[in-house]
Design a protein around this ligand. Structure first.
Ligand code: GTP
Ligand code: MG
Length: 176
């Protein structure tokens, strides 16, 4: 075995918020302006070193389109962290968070019963789009606090906070 820890991380959220772009930036350090909507589900692997330990991250990319949602739920099982992504320029992607969060709680409860130790992250992506911003950082922080989730604003395009996000996830899982 070439690693010390294996962590499963899952990205969910509405279509076009930038889930695939965040993963592509993190695993391939690249960015594509063109929107290619994800069909079904896929994962990427990234290996990193933290505190002298090798961590293998399995990062699942889900499809935001409504017709795939029923498939997505089954992948919550065994996730160490679930990242709920919204787009700071799209009010709807933010207002739907509560529904996603309730679904997460419901499914995690089904899988894990009372012991629910999956970490939740709320991620406001496209923070490079300052002119188009409609969701304030404060609002993101507030909903994160309400649902006991961590909060990050990121830009897959400008590579803002992407590394720190995944590092934070690893540290938080290790600290459990
Ligand atoms: P689905 O696969 O349909 O669920 O969408 P998704 O959440 O995977 O979105 P995707 O990563 O495909 O990105 C959607 C569009 O937003 C693409 O055109 C990206 O180039 C763009 N985009 C993604 N992240 C950013 C960002 O941080 N800033 C800006 N300006 N655009 C971004
Ligand atoms: Mg996608």
């Amino acid at each position: 075995r070439s690693y010390d820890h294996f962590f499963k991380v899952l990205l969910i959220g509405e279509s076009s918020v930038g889930k695939s772009s965040i993963i592509l930036r993190y695993t391939d350090n690249s960015f594509d302006e063109n929107f290619v909507s994800t069909i079904g589900i896929d994962f990427k692997i990234k290996t990193l070193e933290i505190q002298g330990k090798t961590i293998k991250l399995q990062i699942w990319d889900t499809a935001g389109q409504e017709r795939f949602h029923s498939v997505t739920y089954s992948f919550y099982r065994g996730a160490h962290a679930i990242l709920l992504v919204y787009d700071i320029t799209q009010a709807r992607s933010f207002s739907s968070l509560a529904t996603w969060l309730r679904n997460i709680e419901q499914y995690l409860y089904l899988f894990q019963h009372a012991e629910n130790d999956t970490l939740k992250y709320i991620v406001g992506n496209k923070c490079d789009c300052t002119e188009l911003r409609v969701v304030q950082k404060k609002e993101g922080e507030q909903i994160a606090e309400k649902f006991m989730a961590e909060f990050f604003e990121t830009s897959a395009k400008m590579n803002t906070n992407i590394d720190s996000l995944f590092k934070n996830i690893c540290y938080k899982i290790l600290a459990k």
